[in-house]
Design a protein around this ligand. Structure first.
Ligand code: HEM
Length: 88
């Protein structure tokens, strides 16, 4: 495996903030956690707090020891990059 990671801007990330279309950034990576939502041990509402944003701080506040990199391997979309002016 090891496909090239897609660049995701904060604006793009923010569009995927719904239960049926749910992306989240953690430690520089972007994951599609739509399928994971119903399995999150902390519940759906808690996971939704990180919907469409860089949820690294939220995540670390609750369970920084959780190995999301392994858990979400198959959900990896790309890497978070800086906002681009004039992106739409
Ligand atoms: C619990 C995974 C994101 C809030 C848990 C647990 C796991 C987990 C494995 C159980 C931990 C344990 O029993 O020790 C993940 C993964 C995430 C994620 C893979 C990223 C996709 C978040 C976010 C929040 C959150 C963004 C929002 C603040 C919680 C809470 C609990 C929990 C409140 C319950 C803690 C407890 O009952 O003591 N999560 N989580 N999680 N998670 Fe997450």
């Amino acid at each position: 495996t090891g496909g090239k990671l897609v660049d995701v801007t904060p604006q793009q990330l923010a569009k995927h903030n719904k239960r049926g279309d749910l992306w989240m950034s953690l430690r520089g990576k972007v994951y599609n956690v739509t399928a994971y939502l119903e399995f999150h041990p902390g519940g759906e509402d808690e996971l939704m707090r990180g919907a469409g944003i860089d949820a690294t701080t939220l995540f670390n506040e609750v369970h920084k020891w959780v190995n999301f990199e392994t858990m979400l391997q198959k959900c990896l979309v790309g890497q978070l990059v800086e906002a681009r002016p004039f992106f739409h």
